[in-house]
Each structure stands twice: as C-alpha cells, then as structure tokens.
Ligand binder design. Structure first.
Ligand SMILES: Cc1ncc(C[n+]2csc(CCOP(=O)(O)OP(=O)(O)O)c2C)c(N)n1
Ligand SMILES: [Mg+2]
Length: 664
C-alpha cells in the first residue's frame, strides 16, 4: 500500500465526516436495494457496492462538481458519491418515470450529465474510452476539468484498458483510471486471469504513475486521488490507481452461483470493513460522539425511507418516453440545389465540408489513423492539420475501439468529433463503441443527452483490396436503433450530408464508397450548405420502373438508365442518400407511379439493406406493384482479390440493365 498516503496522515474532521456520511448513504442504499430485489420491486439485476464504499467516497471527495466520472455495472456508489439524488436513483431501480433515466436505463445505466456522471455501463471496461474522451474534451475546451474512469479488476484485461491508458498517456489527458480490484470478476479470481501481481504494475508500460492503495481506507484513497487530480489538472497526464478491496455480497443480486471465494478470505475482509474503520477514526480524531453517530444513522435511514416512498409512488413511463428517447430530432436544412459551375471531386467536397464546419464551430475536431500528416489515405482531411493544428486534427494510435470510444466520450462532453475509420472493415474492432455506447447512450439515459458524433470512412470494393478491405456493411448499422446512416453518391451530396451529419445531435455512420473518391468531379456550391437527413433525391425522373440505388451503385444505375432510354424504357433512379432515417415517401410515391421496383446495392443481397426497402414497399404499396420487387447486390461471398472475380461480385451497369429488363 502507498506509504505517502498512510492512514496516519490527517485530513481534517470535515473531510472525515464527508467520507463517512457518503459511505453510510451508499451502504444504506445497497442494503435497501437488496431488500427490494427480494421483494420483487427492483427487477432485472443490480450489483451491490457493499464493502467497496471507501473508494467512491474517497475519489469523489477529491473532485469538483464539473469533473466527470464514468462508471460500470457496480455503479450505485459512484453516483451517490458524485452527488446523485437517492430518491431518483431508487425510482430508476424501480423503473419509474421520475428515475434518472425515466425507467429506460435501470441499475446498470444510472447517469446524469448535469452532475457530470456519464453513467454506469453494462459493458465491462467501456468506461475507460468514454472517460478518455471526456478528458480530451476537457483539454480541447481549455478547462482544467478531469475525468475519472471506474472499472473492476476484470475490466483491466480488456483491450480498451491498454488502448485507453496508451491514448491518455500519449496525449497527456486529464484522466484518472481507478481500478476497483475486488479480486474477482464474477466468479473468477484475478490471480487466474491477470499476468501481473498488481494491476497498477501495468502503468509502467505507459510510463505513467501506477499506485496500489488500500481501497478500504477512504482517507488513503482520497489523498492519492488528490495527487492524481493535481497531476491531471496541471497537464501532466493520467494516473492509474488500483484500490484493493472486496465485495461483501455475491457478484450481483441475481446470480445464484456458489460463491467461489474461500470463507476465511471473506471473513478476513469483513474484518476490514471500510465503514467500521472510519468509525474508529472518527471517534478518535473526527470529533464524533455516540450522539453524532446516532444522528447520522437517523438521517440516512430517513433519506432512504423517503426515497423508497418516492419510487413506489412515482408513475411508470408511458410508451412515448421510450419512442422519443431513441433519436434527437434532426434539423431541417434548406438545400441550395447543385446549380454551379464549380466542380469538385468527392473527396474535395468532403474536405470542404470539414474545413467549413471546423471554421464555423470550434467544437468540431477530427481524429483517426493518419488523418493529420497525410490528410487520410484518401485525402479527405488533406491540409486540415496545417490549417487547424494538431490539437484539432489528431493522428491516433491504431486503437479503433478506443479512439471511437474517445469520440463518443468527447461528444457526450460537448464536442463534435469526426472520427475516421481508415477502411470501414476495421469498424468491427469498435462495434461496442458504436452499437452499445453511441447508439444507446441517449436512450439509456432517458432521452436527454445527445451524442453528436460522426464516424466516417471508405467502404466497398472495386480497387482489389480483397475480403477484409472491401465490404459494404451498412446493414449492420441500419439495424441498430439510435444510429443515423448516410451514404452519399455525389460530391454535392457528400458535402451537404457531411455538414448535416456534423450538426446532427445523433451518432452518424457516414459511408463513402472508395470508387466515388476516384470518380469524376461534380458540381459543388462553395457556400456552406446542409442536406436534411432522411431526404432522398430523385437522380433521374422516369415512368416505367423505379430503381433505388445506393452509393457507388447510383452512377451505375444512371448509366443503365441512359442505355435503356435508347429502347424507350424510362427509368426513375432514386438515391435515398440517408439509409436511416429512410425517406420512405419518395420511394413509395415513385413505385405508385412506375409499379416496378429494383433495388441495387453493392453489399450482399442476403440480409442486406435492400431487403428492408423491399419489405417496406410490399407492406405499404403492394397493390401498386405489377411485378415482384427485384434486388441486385453481391452474391453471398466475401470479396475476391482476382479482378475478374471481383467484377462478378459488384453489380455492373450491364447487370443493372438486365435486371431492369427482366422486370418489364
Ligand atoms: C464486455 C463484457 N463481458 C462480459 C460481461 C459479463 N460480466 C458482467 S460483470 C462481469 C465481471 C466483471 O468483473 P470486474 O471487472 O472485476 O468487476 P466486478 O463485478 O468485480 O466489480 C462479467 C464477466 C459484460 N457485462 N461485459
Ligand atoms: Mg472484480
């Protein structure tokens, strides 16, 4: 244990009392929660913090209100110590509308950005990239705020632990990593899963301070935190603190497993109860009399009682609370129309969108692999580092999970990050951050906060990059509520949609097909404009058949339409531009007119976005159809390297022509 913070250093009676009262309130909350779970009033599950209270109390006592914490499944104590109201927490556990998340989150997601609590988290380890992002936001905003990530010993074996420590260290971010080592991850001893004797040893790999403290000593935790906070505030970067502790109960209130922990081990830790230790100290140096202890007990009990009544008497959330929590409303934009002499390439148009938005709004910043020095491998952020500096155009380590998570955290903390995935296939490494964090954050928190994040990059084939660099993965994202998915096909749309994506309050997955970067120039107005999300564009009007084409399939569908025109066949080509939200009305109106529909995309047909469009049209315009809805896309095979085979996989102009003829 850390000697410099040994328990004989005094911190003053007021701090001792503050630590003690916080611990008592946490303990009372956990004990009451266990009773209510037995009673069936608290449902699902909850993870009791009983036995570990000194850590939350000590850490949060060293923070200011404006400092941010990110927590994990065992998060009640962190919220209470950071100032959350016990009645609203109790209401949340009971699934009530007055709860912190309006009953949409529950125990594992209690959060309140007004208190700078980014939330407990159901994904082990996720707090680390999120807090790293909050730390980055604090730095970019020019404040001296710090961010704390709480996590368990089990989480320290997640990849994001290492990535976050590295990122925070290399960028000298004001982040404090607090590992609550209760020595077990569910049923598994950390001794069996962790190659180092102490988690804090791992700090050496990132050349940051790593300290193991007695996590059952609130004063020691507080003092060590104070030092780490000072370091962070003065720009010296992150600290890893490992607080040794032990939970008194089972892993969760729900688990019904045999407790694998040896009885004598449990006994010995029960004797080191953090609250009893603090009571001894308060009696000797904190000026607490028997009477003061009684008063504390009464106050804590009364608070809990009121909280339980508040929860029980609160209403259940109505349906609209759930439905309205998924997306923040999208803004309306006036589109100027593409009339201009000025021609830009697709990547120049994207670059101009970034440039103009960065100039307009200093919350916008870029990060990704190689985006700074080279401007990204397709040049989308070319020259922006020169213009806006390395603070706002950041080359990241190859840590997709963490730099996207860092973007999520920074967005939550008030920035507007644009994160590049170098080749979109690599998004698989950060699915948690997109699907479990970005997409669900607003929802889990009851529909209040927003995540104005853009994750953009190239996808698709056509340049012989083979199976792991050529996929079209839009269907992964349109499937997930909470994400916006954009896929512009022209330079004009690319600029206007990227501007709209940056301004949107929701996380946007912004997909750029590689062939479009290499395609011809198109008209792009110099003025700053945005295209509304969820508005399709009729790229060519026609009367005989509707083709809904996405991304690089749009120019091919237009060429096919030109070919068929010679035979007197009139093709209407619709580009949805945003796949989520989808402009159903424009598609339906076209089908009602032409009575025939072909959907073309580069992705696999099976389970693809086209299936969704087909089902939507069959649901809503079946009576207008004179032929079955047709889909054209890739066969169910990964992208081959061989060029002739690659051509077989991606729909060509000729195959689009054939598919349209077959419909007529
Ligand atoms: C990514 C992920 N993997 C697995 C789980 C299931 N799970 C929930 S808690 C837990 C153990 C976590 O242990 P630790 O990080 O030490 O925290 P503790 O519960 O001990 O406080 C596991 C395996 C999860 N929620 N998220
Ligand atoms: Mg643990």
């Amino acid at each position: 244990m850390n000697e410099s913070a040994s328990s004989n250093i005094t911190v003053g009676a007021e701090t001792l009392q503050q630590l003690y009262v916080t611990m008592r309130r946490i303990r009372a909350f956990e004990e009451k929660t266990a009773d209510l779970f037995q009673e069936g009033v608290v449902k699902g599950t909850a993870h009791s913090y009983k036995g570990e209270e000194a850590i939350a109390a000590g850490v949060c006592a060293a923070l200011r209100d404006e400092d941010i914490i990110a927590s994990y499944h065992r998060g009640h104590g962190h919220c209470i110590a950071k100032g959350a109201r016990i009645d609203r927490m109790m209401a949340e556990l009971m699934g009530r509308q007055t709860g912190y998340c309006q009953g949409l989150g529950g125990s594992m997601h209690i959060a309140d950005m007004e208190l700078n609590i980014m939330g407990a988290n159901g994904i082990v380890g996720a707090a680390m990239p999120l807090a790293t992002g909050a730390g980055l936001a604090a730095k970019l905003q020019g404040t001296d705020k710090v961010a704390v990530a709480f996590f368990g010993d089990g989480a320290s074996n997640q990849g994001v632990f290492h990535e976050s420590l590295n990122l925070a260290a290399v960028w000298k971010l004001p982040v404090i990593f607090v590992c609550e080592n209760n020595q077990y991850a569910l049923s598994t001893s950390y001794r069996n899963t962790t190659a180092v004797s102490q988690v804090s040893n791992r700090a050496a790999s990132y050349e940051i301070p790593g300290i193991t403290v007695d996590g059952n000593d609130g004063v020691e935790v507080y003092l060590v935190l104070r030092e780490a906070v000072d370091r962070a505030r003065s720009g010296e970067g992150p600290t890893l603190i490992e607080a040794m502790t032990y939970r008194h109960g089972q892993h969760s209130l729900r688990v019904n497993l045999r407790d694998p922990r040896p009885e004598d081990e449990l006994e010995s830790w029960l004797k080191r109860d953090p609250i009893e230790r603090m009571e001894q100290r308060l009696a000797s140096e904190g000026g607490f009399s028997a009477e003061t202890f009684d008063e504390t007990t009464q106050a804590v009990e009364a608070e809990l009682e009121t909280a339980v009544t508040y929860g029980r008497e609160s209403p259940e959330p109505p349906l609209n609370v759930m439905l309205e929590a998924v997306y923040a409303p999208h803004a309306a934009h006036a589109e100027p129309g593409p009339e201009t002499e000025r021609m830009l390439s697709y990547s120049e148009a994207l670059n101009e969108a970034l440039d103009q938005e960065m100039l307009r709004d200093d919350r916008v910043f870029l990060m990704g692999e190689d985006v700074g020095a080279t401007g990204g491998i397709f040049g989308v952020s070319k020259n922006l580092m020169e213009r806006y500096g390395p603070e706002r155009v950041r080359d990241t380590p190859i840590s997709e999970a963490t730099f996207v998570g860092c973007g999520v955290g920074a967005a939550i903390a008030g920035m507007r990050p644009v994160v590049e995935i170098q080749i979109f296939d690599f998004v698989a490494l950060t699915m948690d951050m997109l699907v479990n964090q970005a997409a669900k954050f607003r929802f889990m928190l009851g529909g209040k906060p927003s995540v104005p994040l853009v994750v953009r990059g190239p996808q698709g084939g056509g340049i012989r990059l083979a199976a792991q660099h050529s996929q079209s993965l839009e269907a992964w994202f349109t499937h997930v509520p909470g994400l916006v998915v954009a896929a512009p096909s022209t330079p004009y749309d690319a600029k206007g949609l990227l501007v709209a994506a940056i301004r949107d309050e929701n996380p946007v997955v912004f997909l750029e097909q590689k062939l479009l970067y290499l395609g011809g120039n198109g008209p792009v107005p110099e003025e700053l404009y945005a295209i509304p999300l969820g508005k399709a564009d009729i790229k060519r009007a026609g009367t005989d058949v509707t083709v809904v084409a996405t991304s690089a399939m749009v120019p091919r569908a237009l060429s096919a339409a030109t070919v068929l025109e010679r035979d007197g066949i009139s093709v209407e080509v619709i580009d949805p531009r945003t796949l989520q939200p989808l402009d159903e009305e424009t598609i339906l109106a076209s089908v009602r007119k032409t009575n025939r529909l072909l959907i073309v995309h580069e992705a696999w047909v099976r389970g693809g976005f086209g299936a969704e469009v087909a089902a939507m049209v069959v649901d809503k315009a079946f009576d207008y159809l004179d032929a079955p809805v047709a889909r054209l896309g890739a066969p169910h095979t990964p992208m081959p390297y061989n060029d002739r085979l690659e051509l077989e996989v991606i729909p060509s102009q000729e195959r689009i022509v054939d598919a349209i003829r077959a419909l007529l």
